[in-house]
Ligand binder design. Sequence first.
Ligand code: NAP
Length: 263
Amino acid sequence: MCVVNPVTSPSISSYSLKGRTALITGSSRGIGAAIALVLAQAGADVAIHYAGQEEKARAVVKQAEDLGVRAALVRGDLSRNGAAEQIYNSTVVALGRIDILVLNASVQIPKNWLGITRADIDTQFSVNFRSGLELLQLAVPQMVAQKWGRILSIGSVQEKVPSSEMLVYSSLKNAQCAMVLSLAKQLAAFGITANNLAPGVIVTDRNRDRVSEPKDAARVLSWIPAGYMGQPSDCAGAALLLCSDAGRYITGQSLFVDGGMSL
Ligand code: NAP
């Protein structure tokens, strides 16, 4: 029987990403920045992608370069037609190829479901699903050709416990998860894993104001068995596992990183 890349004994070196390249969408801040920096710590060259906040993205590029890897600054608004191609091309020009694709960027338009407009649906669909699929279509053929690749989508605890104000967002997180898990089965024979990491409440720019308000904070904490809200770094360990050879036998999984909130 043929075994691909046999690992003879368990070793911490299987977390190394030396020689690998990674594109992490939405890595100018928050969870995306934490994932980009842990991949850089493991030795990967990283493309730091942003939509509008160039200064924040430049700061993450500098932090990655200080870790001794190459880091590229890549811009693109994923709600726009052609953004995936622009981001893919910029990354390949800067880093040569994409071995690891982390679909992290998303937008949320919270609203009572009766007030949801077609524009709300279209924007969230473009950023949170369509552009991700287009990036996969561009990046995966090279992963197949080299028989190594990692796909990681960043989902949400809302796949299991949707907020009443986020019907479209939670639906699209489920759609993105299904897309990635569908690819997992199709791509496993090519040395490619595809997984979904679903965070719970992680304090970032997106929710900091809301969860700092004492009444809201108490309500949110009552949902989390661990008793505290997560930090972006809480997503880093799971992301590194799923993006490295340490996780080569894990595919088609959705991993909740949520302090038990999905239970
Ligand atoms: P965040 O702090 O709001 O950062 C969002 C990132 O996405 C930024 O890098 C931003 O770029 C980029 N972005 C925003 N709009 C974009 C667009 N139209 N096109 C391209 N990029 C765009 O987000 P986060 O809280 O770290 O969340 C990261 C991921 O985790 C998201 O998929 C989110 O749904 C998921 N998640 C978060 C939580 C949480 O509690 N924070 C919980 C569950 C799931 P700029 O900086 O240039 O604006």
